[in-house]
Design a protein around this ligand. Structure first.
Ligand SMILES: NC(=O)C1=CN([C@@H]2O[C@H](COP(=O)(O)OP(=O)(O)OC[C@H]3O[C@@H](n4cnc5c(N)ncnc54)[C@H](OP(=O)(O)O)[C@@H]3O)[C@@H](O)[C@H]2O)C=CC1
Ligand SMILES: CC(=O)N[C@@H](CCC(=O)OP(=O)(O)O)C(=O)O
Length: 355
């Protein structure tokens, strides 16, 4: 078990990169080894040795350990010279798709926050329209990738060279459904409905027509129904057929947070205590999932935490269930999960630096 892991982050100027910086500079296992931050640095800052992190994220003041850390101009040689072990990519899917093969060739372990390597099936990946789709290099890299949801794949993540951090909506829905599906309690033929709502930071820092204040504020809108790219993650991780699950994402006019409401029919009548036991058994030893039972979680409870919060209620006859799953899209939905994966990869306590 190493105490001296050197980490590096590409994409710290983005929303999830900022949260990653906040978590990593305070991580108890990284004391004395602050992460290296690298990215696109303009000429003027290059002359000054990089951009001071506090210029980009003033909220990361000294008490958070950010000190004089700078975002340096990115190169793989920089990481090699500085003895980097694990690289986080908080970059767009296409950028990750290009960078990861080179990072792996150079021997870095990678935790990629993007969707570049999450999907095993070419049919599910088609939504991304990757330029290198089908190439031998890309297929090889895909075969090495482990889906970075520790609650499902802890063992594989521990030995992985490439961890594909899950999507934020996907995390909330998979964690809500996996225990009852794995126990065979859900009547799949009746269809499962996942109604998910996300804060605007889920879309990243580049404004789009959909996420512009004028459209997002004082509004609630559905989008991506039957076509959202996280559907493939749900199908693969829950071993479901496309006809048995309907995923409907919505844009909520709040900065961060996701609430997924999942509607299921059971195979026969269930009791609250049986369903509660099912969740407790499944998440035994999973410190980043908090179970609420019939006291449903709310976005307010989960936001700015690295937890996924899950609760449920049953119909009077026990035939139907509604599961509510909340998380912070930038934390358990992205950076918190990435640090949880770092902990698993290095044999540290899974919740270290996250509570
Ligand atoms: N936001 C969220 O809730 C979630 C996001 N994700 C995924 O995490 C990744 C980051 O998301 P998010 O933080 O929202 O994104 P942002 O748009 O907020 O930030 C993107 C970051 O990537 C950098 N970047 C863009 N292109 C390149 C490039 N070609 N080379 C190097 N750096 C580049 C940007 O740097 P610069 O400042 O130079 O432009 C910026 O730091 C994405 O893949 C996203 O899909 C996953 C789960 C949840
Ligand atoms: C509100 C919002 O726009 N959310 C994003 C999903 C964010 C996320 O987890 O996405 P990645 O798969 O890009 O990593 C979306 O629907 O496209």
């Amino acid at each position: 078990m190493s105490q001296a892991v050197q980490t590096a982050v590409i994409g710290v100027t983005g929303y999830s990169g900022a949260e990653l910086a906040r978590l990593l500079v305070r991580h108890p296992r990284l004391k004395g080894k602050p992460p290296i931050f690298a990215g696109r640095v303009d000429e003027q800052h290059q002359k000054q040795g990089g951009i001071p992190l506090r210029e980009i994220h003033p909220q990361l003041i000294d008490s958070h350990g950010a000190g004089d850390i700078r975002v340096q101009p990115f190169s793989w040689e920089l990481f090699e010279d500085l003895g980097v072990d694990t690289v986080f990519l908080a970059t767009p899917h296409e950028a990750s798709r290009e960078m990861v093969p080179e990072a792996r060739k150079r021997g870095f372990r990678v935790i990629d926050l993007s969707g570049a390597w999450r999907l095993e099936e070419a049919a599910n990946r088609a939504v991304y329209k990757f330029e290198d789709e089908g190439s031998a290099d890309a297929l090889f890299m895909q075969s090495q990738a482990v889906y970075g949801l520790p609650e499902l794949h802890r063992k594989e993540i521990a030995g992985a060279g490439l961890v594909a951090n899950p999507g934020c909506y996907a995390t909330s829905v998979i964690l809500a459904l996996k225990p009852i599906l794995a126990a065979g309690l859900v009547n799949i033929d009746c269809g499962i409905i996942c109604d998910s709502k996300s804060g605007v930071s889920g879309a990243g820092k580049a404004p789009t027509a959909r996420t512009h204040f004028m459209y997002a504020a004082d509004n609630l809108s559905a989008y991506g129904i039957f076509s959202h790219r996280h559907t493939g993650e749900l199908l693969e991780q829950l071993s479901l057929d496309a006809s048995s699950i309907t995923f409907a994402p919505h844009l909520l006019p709040i900065p961060r947070g996701i609430l997924s409401t999942v509607y299921v029919r059971f195979n026969g009548a269930q009791t609250s205590s049986a369903i509660e036991a099912c969740y407790r058994d499944f998440y035994h030893g999973s410190p980043m999932v908090r179970l609420y039972g019939a006291n449903l979680p709310q976005i307010q409870y989960s936001v700015r935490t690295c937890y996924a919060d899950i609760g449920f209620q049953l119909s009077k006859d026990g035939q139907r269930g509604v599961i509510v799953s909340c998380l912070d899209n930038l934390l358990k939905g992205a950076s918190g999960q990435a640090v949880q994966n770092l902990n698993v990869m290095h044999g540290w306590g899974e919740a270290e630096g996250l509570e």
